[in-house]
Structures are given as structure tokens and as C-alpha cells.
Design a protein around this ligand. Structure first.
Ligand SMILES: *Cc1c(COP(=O)(O)O)cnc(C)c1O
Length: 362
């Protein structure tokens, strides 16, 4: 590898496309004749305005975002959205949550501060190793929304079919699957993602919200920054935004458009995931931690028969140039995060390594 980089299987922050990093490096000291870096630039300048506007236009094109949805760039990562969602969307004070792991549990805990939270389905009984049946949920008439974590970063599950919300608004945390496959935005009231998993640097969430859900009648004590209206009215420039993250994400949007869009990204991601899952399915040493029908294409947790061997494999992979394969403590074992920017060669090389390890330790 030209830049002596490792295959980084981190769950986030995670790999970015190398060609994007090269472009960013080339523009670091003097962005297109402006005489300055994007980090040094006024967020009110014409040159930054163009960066912001292009980023929005490009993500709209990529995801096919309808005109009646706003795209907001908000600081505070995905975690701030756990609070902003109930603060802004709980009108009746009732919301339904589907509990599929650590990230939905955090969202539930936060929402409980603001209203009546009904957990209408859960996969807790088998340590969140599957997506519960969401075809006939008990959703109260006055529910303001139904909330899902569409790809569970820690537990490695994903929804291949969206829940039947019985006509209520669907709210989705797409942090660890953002831009990994096509989505029909019109099926959601709100989609959000922290960008450091699958797009760019940490410190920002992208929120895609249907315009009619943006309210001007929030509790007057709501911090101005936590109202979606503040960000929507100011085109995400109410205060100094995370200019650097917007710029880097914009580069990734262009990279994905050039690649052929989200259909092509999805094809590549399926191919990569299949290489790893086919190996796990045929291995006698390694076992996938998730029910087959619900397996994430982004985060792949797997285990050996013992904790000691898990640790040994993690150490061996690290020594061989595969980084960050240690599983999350709540699942144990190993986890390979194979986001958009992980090249197919990285997955192939990892599987070759694990095969060899298995043969040597049979
Ligand atoms: C990482 C992650 C979060 C939290 O993201 P931050 O930007 O660190 O707040 C929330 N949800 C999911 C699904 C995640 O993977």
C-alpha cells in the first residue's frame, strides 16, 4: 500500500476512501486559490457557502431526498439526536421504541425524560442477536412516532424490512449504515446519522426531516440550539457549524456519486459482506453472532469457542496489519466493521488470514 495504511476495521470513527483523503490533503493549505485551509475559513464566506450548498445538493441527489424534506448538519453527533428527537417530535408525549441493542437503549433512556415511552418490540431475550417481528406492533393511537436503530453497530443486526408503524411517523438512526445502500426517504419522518461511522470525521450528525414535522411551538425553555427549526431556518448556519466535517462529507458524497450512487455502493457492500459471512458459515472455529436473516452488511460480530482464543485472534490480526477487530464488551469476541470505505481487498485479506489461523489451530 502506497501510504502504508492498515486495514482498519474500527466501528467508528472508521476508514474514509483513500482517494478522498488524498484530495483533502492536496487542498489542505490552500483551498482552491482561497489562500487558506477550509479549517481557517469563515463559515459566512462565499467559498464556504458553496462547499455547504454543494454538499447538500449532492446528498439530495445521492439519496433521492424529496423536496419536502430538510437536510440539516448539526453538531453533537448522533447522541444529541437521542434528546432532540423527543424534544421536537413528542407532541402528545407518547412514542414507541423498538429495542434492538445498546444504541436504542440509550435513545429510550433519553426519551423517557420527555414523555411516555412504549417499548413495542425487543430482542433483549437473546442478547439482541436478531430483529424482532415488527409486522403487528401494539402502537397506541396517540403515538407521535415509532423509533428504530436501523443498523445496530454493536450487535451487528440490520432491518431488511421496515416495521409496520400503523401510519405513524418512522424515525430511524442510520448512523452505522448511512449511505451504504439506497433508502426510500419518503417512508420516514426523520432519518439521522452520526457521520463518523460511514461518511466522514466525527462531530456531526446529518438529519433528514420532513418539513411538516418542524415545529415552532416547542416549550419556550428549549435551548435554541435543540430546535430543528433553528437549524432549518438558518440552512444549518445558525452558529459556526462543523465546517470541516461538512467539507469532508461533501467530498465523500461526490466520491459516491462518481462510483455510481448508492445502488453500486450496495452491490459492493453485499459482495464484501458475503465474503466474510460465507467464511464464517463454513468455519469450524469462528461463529457469527447474529441470526442469518438479520445480519448487518456493515458490522460483523463473531466469536471463537473461548474468550482466551478471541483475545489471541485479536492480537494475531493486529500484528498482521488488521486493526480494531476486538468485539464490543457487551458481545465479546471479534467485530469486523466493513463500512463503505473498507476495500474488498481488505475483507479478502482478513478472511485469508482467519482461514490460515484456523488451519494452524485446528
Ligand atoms: C456510534 C453510534 C451512535 C452515537 O454516535 P455519536 O456520534 O458518538 O454520538 C448512535 N447510534 C448508532 C447506531 C451508532 O453506531
Amino acid at each position: 500500500m502506497k501510504y502504508d495504511r492498515v486495514y482498519n476495521f474500527s466501528a467508528g470513527p472508521a476508514m474514509m476512501p483513500e482517494s478522498v483523503l488524498v484530495e483533502i490533503a492536496a487542498e489542505m493549505l490552500n483551498y482552491r486559490g482561497s489562500g487558506m485551509s477550509v479549517m481557517e475559513m469563515s463559515h459566512r464566506s462565499k467559498v464556504f457557502q458553496q462547499i455547504r450548498d454543494e454538499a447538500e445538493a449532492d446528498i439530495r441527489k445521492l439519496m433521492g431526498i424529496p423536496d419536502n424534506y430538510k437536510v440539516l448538519f448539526i453538531q453533537g453527533g448522533a447522541t444529541l439526536q437521542f434528546a432532540m428527537i423527543p424534544i421536537n417530535l413528542m407532541k402528545n408525549g407518547v412514542a414507541c421504541y423498538i429495542e434492538t441493542g445498546a444504541w436504542s437503549k440509550k435513545a429510550i433512556a433519553e426519551a423517557k425524560k420527555y414523555g411516555d415511552v412504549r417499548v413495542v418490540a425487543s430482542s433483549k431475550d437473546r442478547n439482541y442477536s436478531y430483529i424482532p417481528d415488527c409486522s403487528d406492533l401494539d402502537i397506541p393511537e396517540d403515538a407521535d412516532y415509532v423509533y428504530i436503530c436501523e443498523n445496530e453497530t454493536i450487535h451487528g443486526t440490520t432491518y431488511f424490512k421496515l416495521p409496520d408503524t400503523k401510519g405513524k411517523i418512522l424515525v430511524s438512526d442510520q448512523s452505522s449504515m448511512f449511505l451504504s445502500r439506497p433508502v426510500d426517504v419518503s417512508k420516514y419522518g426523520l432519518i439521522y446519522g452520526g457521520v463518523q461511522k460511514n461518511v466522514g470525521p466525527a462531530g456531526m450528525a446529518i438529519v433528514i426531516i420532513r418539513e411538516d414535522l418542524i415545529r415552532d411551538d416547542l416549550d419556550p425553555k428549549t435551548p435554541v440550539y435543540l430546535s430543528y427549526k433553528t437549524h432549518a431556518d438558518a440552512d444549518s448556519l445558525y452558529n459556526t457549524p462543523n465546517c470541516w466535517a461538512i467539507y469532508c462529507c461533501g467530498k465523500v458524497f461526490k466520491y459516491l456519486l462518481d462510483l455510481g450512487g448508492l445502488e453500486e455502493m450496495d452491490r459492493i457492500n453485499r459482495e464484501k459482506a458475503a465474503i466474510l459471512y460465507d467464511f464464517l458459515d463454513s468455519s469450524k472455529l469462528f461463529t457469527g453472532a447474529v441470526e442469518k436473516k438479520d445480519r448487518s452488511l456493515m458490522n460483523v460480530p463473531f466469536v471463537t469457542p473461548s474468550k482466551e482464543q478471541d483475545a489471541e485472534v485479536v492480537a494475531a490480526t493486529k500484528a498482521a496489519g488488521f486493526d480494531n477487530l476486538k468485539g464490543h464488551k457487551s458481545v465479546g469476541g471479534l467485530r469486523a466493521s466493513i463500512y463503505n470505505a473498507m476495500p474488498k481487498e481488505g475483507v479478502v485479506a482478513l478472511v485469508e488470514f482467519l482461514k490460515k489461523y484456523e488451519a494452524e489451530h485446528a
